[in-house]
Design a protein around this ligand. Structure first.
Ligand code: DQA
Length: 149
């Protein structure tokens, strides 16, 4: 059976292409789903996508991933900097997770310097745009394969 990853995107990621294109680029969320789908296809990994603007819905999606997927790629967007609930959900399911940010949060405002969900992630990819998701998929694939070996 193919490895399966859940790709979670948080608030305002559905507004890609419209929101602050100078920071996030001109491609849309649909473009992102297409990009990550083909990256997963090339890696031989199955992908399921979830986007929500609601913290609790993201917590539910993480809980629902238990026993169903092998790993989680997550861009918690603004909840990165506030959500202990998303951190706790990732810890609760204890699935290997990788954090992605389109922009280089390390060179942005001070309130973006802390990531709660990142504390439960094996690795963070930032400032690489869509490419960060592809690298996160490849990283998790290798990580999960190594664990199973
Ligand atoms: C983001 C960075 C966050 O600080 C911001 O709130 C977002 C997007 C990124 O992908 O660069 O919404 O996660």
């Amino acid at each position: 059976m193919a490895m399966k990853l859940l790709i979670i995107n948080g608030p305002n990621i559905n507004m890609l292409g419209v929101r602050e294109p100078g920071i996030y680029g001109s491609r849309t969320y649909r473009d992102l789903v297409e990009f990550v789908s083909s990256a997963c296809r090339e890696a031989g990994v199955e992908a399921e996508f979830f986007q929500s603007n609601h913290e609790g819905a993201i917590v539910d999606a993480i809980q629902g991933a238990l026993d169903r997927v092998d790993g989680i790629v997550i861009n918690p967007a603004a909840y990165t900097h506030t959500s202990v609930a998303i951190l706790d959900a990732l810890k609760a399911v204890d699935l290997p997770a990788a954090e992605v940010h389109l922009s280089d949060v390390s060179s942005r405002e001070s309130f973006r310097q802390l990531s709660y969900p990142g504390m439960a992630c094996k690795k963070t990819f930032m400032g690489l745009g869509f490419e960060g998701y592809r690298q996160a998929v490849l990283f998790l694939k290798e990580y999960i394969e190594r664990q199973g070996a």
